[in-house]
Structure formats: C-alpha cells, structure tokens
Ligand binder design. Structure first.
Ligand SMILES: Cc1cc2nc3c(=O)[nH]c(=O)nc-3n(C[C@H](O)[C@H](O)[C@H](O)COP(=O)(O)OP(=O)(O)OC[C@H]3O[C@@H](n4cnc5c(N)ncnc54)[C@H](O)[C@@H]3O)c2cc1C
Length: 391
C-alpha cells in the first residue's frame, strides 16, 4: 500500500493551497498526496467563482483571513512563481461597494467599526459622496454605502488554483486522479483513504477539502456536517454605454455586479427559505429577466440597455449553521482535518486556510491566525458565529 504523510481529498483551490503551504512550511518534511477526481475541474466551485476579495465582513476572523489573502495574491509571483516564471495571478484592486437603504446603514456602520479596528480602510459614504465618486449610480433611495478601496476587488479564480497546484507540485506534492470512496479508521485515527480505483493510500493526516462533497467525506468518518450544495448563477452582459471606475457593487436587494474585462457579471443569492440543495447546473434565465435586470437598470441607468451574453451555474458549499467555514480537527479524530462550508467566500480565504491547515498538521495548533472559533465544536455547542455579509 502507498503511504503519504498527508492525504488531501480534493484538489480545488483549498486542497491545492493546503498542499502548497505544507510544502513551503520549513518545519514540515513529510510527503503530500492530493486526490482529485476531476483534474479538469469541470464541476468544481473554484473556476465558477466570481473571484471577489473583500475585507468587508462582520466576523473578525473573516476580515483577517481576507487581509492575508489579498496580500498573498498581490505577492503571488513571489510565493507561487516556478522556475523564474511568474504566477500569472492578477489582483484587480477596484474595491467593493455595499449600498444600504435606511435599515441597512446601522449594520454597515457597525461593520465598518470592526473593519477599521482590524486595519481595513472601509469608507462610509453618504449619497452625495457616492454620486460624486460613482456618477453612474442612482442613489435616490440609498441612505449610504461602504466602500473598501484597499485590498478589495477580484482575481481570476482558475489562475489562482493553477498557480497553487503548479507550485505545490514543484515543491514535491503528488496529484492522483481518483475518487476517495471511503476512510478506514480506528481509535480516533484515519489509517487509509480508499480510492474508487481499488487502491487504498495509508496516511498520517487527512484533509477534507472536497468542496460540496465535503459532507460525504465527513460522513465516511461518521461525522455529520451541515454543509449543503446551493446553486448560484453568474450572468455575463454587455453594456452599450461606457461606465468607468466600477467596484464590485452590492445593491441593498442583494443583487451584485462588477466589470469582467469589457463586459460585466452579476448575480444574487436567494433567500434561505428559497434555497434548496441542488447539484445540477441548469440555468435560470427568469431570475435574470425578472429580478436581476430590473434591479440593475434601476440602480445604474446605463444598464437599461444591456445584452445578456451568457451565464453559468456553480455551487456554494453552504454551511447552513452559520455561513462560516468549519476548519480544524474533526470531532473524535486527531489526524482528520476539515476545511468545509465556505458559503461563497472560499476563494479569497484559500491562502489563509491553506496556511492554517499546514500549521495544524505541522504543529497541532494555529501559529499565525487563531481560527479556533471556526472549529467544529461550535456546531456541537450550538454557538453560531453568524456572518452577516454573505453575498
Ligand atoms: C457562483 C460562485 C461565485 C463565487 N464567488 C466567490 C467570490 O466572489 N469570492 C470568494 O471568495 N468565493 C467565491 N465563491 C466560493 C468559492 O468558489 C469556493 O468557496 C471555493 O472555490 C471552494 O474551493 P474548494 O477547493 O473547497 O472547492 P472546489 O473548487 O469545488 O474543489 C473541491 C474539489 O474536490 C474534488 N472532490 C470532491 N469529492 C472528491 C472525492 N470524493 N475524491 C476526490 N476528489 C473529490 C472535486 O472534484 C473538486 O475539484 C463562489 C462560488 C460560486 C459557485
């Protein structure tokens, strides 16, 4: 039987970041295997992501996680370059703009206080300031907005995934194209990962980085994760009129949009009450016609004359308990690690989460950013750590 010190199930942006950070960790000298069932990532969340990075969260850890993520991505060439070549990862630091009507303004203010304490540059703006900075915006019904000009914007998700993977391999990680179908475990330890190909791989540690399949992997060790596949749509459209200096903007309705090259992309998250589990990729054009387009046209008059070009669907690995990642040792195990339930912000979290996982494997504890509040224990105790700013 093959044996690796660390077996990572899932080679998306989270699994590949963990593989990279482990390989880059001077105190870790072990071997790393990444099991990825589909190296084309046709259905994985990572390439279907909008790539947004923001510090405007309501949970302190999320602000700090994204701060590290933004700094890491800005210095991607230095961290992830291989053989003298750059990483090919760009950061468009064009900002995030949350808009609020009367009721939402108090929340923006409370969030801004927390974000400032943690070093974020979030600016609260009144309608007049919004109009002068973003003249294309209709602020008639807007009470205010919060704009994050520093360390907020977007990156290309697939490039980031490939850069992590390339560097992880260059450092010695081995990627296997196979599907994990079982975990052999006894006495609080996973001893081997069973593969669909019939082989088993013996392991020191196992990391569950299987995206929307994370719940199934955890169930193989008898653990129930409240992580559900929730379908989201991204619509790509052309706008005839040129509008400039557009951040990733979130309307009070939840509809968001941002530039994507010469075009724009937009989407919306549904109400929790209307958000069933789904693993299919069927598109919903009515959502665009009936909700998104009218909202866009109301918010940005230039968007009255837009043309839908294409759309895609992808899945959040949605933590129905509190919309925050579940990271740390699985209950009752000292070598099975969870990194699940990112709820739509895993791309920007991938650098900090990969680093955190490498520390848990190497030292048995966090060294740089204390993420204990994101552990599984909060589920057992019922102490939700609710993230309000889920887009
Ligand atoms: C439409 C959309 C927009 C988003 N926008 C943003 C955003 O703006 N900002 C942001 O930060 N995040 C965003 N996200 C979320 C982000 O994309 C995810 O949180 C992140 O990509 C999760 O990475 P992952 O590696 O955990 O999952 P994935 O990329 O899904 O990777 C998991 C991998 O595990 C593999 N796998 C599963 N089961 C097995 C098995 N049994 N054996 C072997 N391999 C297995 C899969 O093939 C897959 O490749 C968005 C997501 C979607 C869908």
């Amino acid at each position: 039987m093959k044996r690796f010190d660390v077996v990572i199930i899932g080679g998306g942006v989270i699994g590949s970041s963990a593989a990279y950070f482990l390989g880059a960790q001077p105190d870790f000298t072990g071997s790393i295997a990444v099991i990825e069932k589909d190296p084309t990532y046709a259905e994985a969340a990572t390439p279907r992501s909008a790539g947004g990075i923001r510090l405007q969260f309501s949970t302190a850890e999320n602000v700090l996680i994204s701060q590290f993520g933004a700094a890491f991505i800005k210095a991607a060439d230095q961290h992830l370059g291989v053989g003298g070549e750059g990483a090919g990862v760009e950061f468009r630091e064009q900002g995030y703009l949350f808009l609020a009507t009367g009721a939402g303004l108090k929340i923006l203010l409370a969030n801004q206080r927390l974000q400032h304490e943690l070093g974020a540059a979030t600016e609260l703006m009144n309608p007049r300031e919004l109009s002068s900075r973003f003249p294309w915006l209709n602020v008639a019904d807007i009470a205010g907005g919060s704009f994050g000009p520093v360390n907020e914007g977007w990156t290309d998700p697939y490039s980031l995934l490939q850069a992590f993977k390339r560097k992880a391999r260059a450092q010695g990680a081995t990627y296997f194209k196979d599907t994990a179908v079982g975990l052999e475990h006894a006495g609080g330890r996973v001893t081997a990962v069973q593969l669909a190909g019939g082989e088993s791989i013996a392991c020191g540690h196992v990391i569950n980085a299987a995206g929307i399949q994370g719940r199934r992997i955890a169930a193989m060790a008898g653990i129930d994760l409240p992580v559900h596949p929730r379908k989201r749509f991204v619509y790509v459209f052309d706008c005839r009129d040129e509008i400039e200096n557009v951040p990733l903007t979130i309307d009070p309705s939840g509809v968001w949009f941002r530039p994507e090259g010469p075009q724009f992309i937009a989407g919306v998250s549904p109400d929790e009450s209307d958000d069933p589990d789904a693993e299919d990729f069927e598109l919903d054009y009515r959502l665009f016609e009936e909700l998104i387009w009218p909202t866009l046209a109301e918010r940005v008059p230039a968007f009255e004359a837009i043309k839908l070009v294409r759309a895609w669907a992808g899945h959040y690995d949605y933590n129905a308990f509190d919309q925050n990642v579940i990271i740390g040792f699985a209950p009752g195990f000292d070598n099975l690690l969870l990194a699940n339930g990112f709820s739509g912000h895993g791309l920007q979290q991938s650098p900090a989460i990969g680093r955190a996982l490498s520390e848990l494997v190497t030292f048995g504890q966090y060294r740089s950013l204390d993420l204990r509040r994101f552990g599984f224990e909060r589920l057992a105790s019922g102490a939700a750590l609710q993230e309000i700013n889920v887009v």
